[in-house]
Design a protein around this ligand. Sequence first.
Ligand code: UDP
Ligand code: MG
Length: 319
Amino acid sequence: MNQNRKKKISIVVPAFNEEAVLPEFQKRIQTVVNELPYDTEIIYINDGSTDKTLEILTGICKEDLTVKVLDLSRNYGKEIALTAGLDYCSADAAIPIDADLQDPPEVIPRLIEKWEEGFNVVYARRTSREGESWLKKATAKSFYKFMQRLGRVSIPENVGDFRLIDRKALNALKELREHHRFMKGLFTLIGFRQIAIDYSRDARFAGETKWNYWKLWNFSLEGITSFSIAPLKLSTYLGLMTAFAAFSYGIFVFGKALFLGDDVPGYPSLMVVIAFLGGIQLVVLGIIGEYLGRVFNETKNRPLYFIQDVIGEPSDKDV
Ligand code: UDP
Ligand code: MG
């Protein structure tokens, strides 16, 4: 290996139907990247877009030789798209960033500064979230609170995927091949020297967010189930508590029949108890099912993604 070579940084950008923002994004990222005293490349991942994203990216690629495009075989979702980009990258550090300009590229030099101070992961923490509804902010906040209570790895609040990851951390990340990928959790899980810098998150430049509340709910489930088995434990205690309550109630009913006689009333209370227990059982089964489903998916051990094409020069691997 050449000791004196310039360090290389890859910017990794997952893009799904981003035709409206890509030209502007490329312009802004290019301005920032050109100023950097490093070798740089930009890796776009086309995550099965159905609009003109791929055409635009191919165009950008032709104009700029430091740009590469990984074209995935279909839409896999952001977490996998990002994984594909990080796998492909061979640089000394990678910086994942959203294509929608919500993460301002101008923050990148500050990330690099901390990296040069010796940190392995420098994550960008947003101090404000422009253009997001109070409901989204509130749900996000309670989700992080909940996760922090639950998990052994505490996921930092108000942090997205926008960060700098050095080679050491990237290699560690590469070994985590789970299918249910909650990237924020994985980034935390690997450890290493991590530090935050603050920035203010902008509103989306154009186009629409791919997240709706149903997706966010499922994303939260993913986060919880892949980093904690607390719900399973909770089920056990819930079961124990209801069993105890049922037992006490049984003694009460038995005593009452013994001392006061039994004239066969009690249909309503019976129904309440049956319905209540039935409900609890279904919920608990559901929780077990969530985990079982994930075990099922993981055991198949399928590759995480397939690549249709790599456009642009092959990246110059370490010589
Ligand atoms: N994205 C992707 N695949 C998807 C959905 C989104 O690669 O299936 C990309 C998208 O193009 C963007 C980033 O992930 O660059 C963040 O997406 P979005 O802005 O919709 O999410 P939000 O910022 O609202 O969390
Ligand atoms: Mg966005």
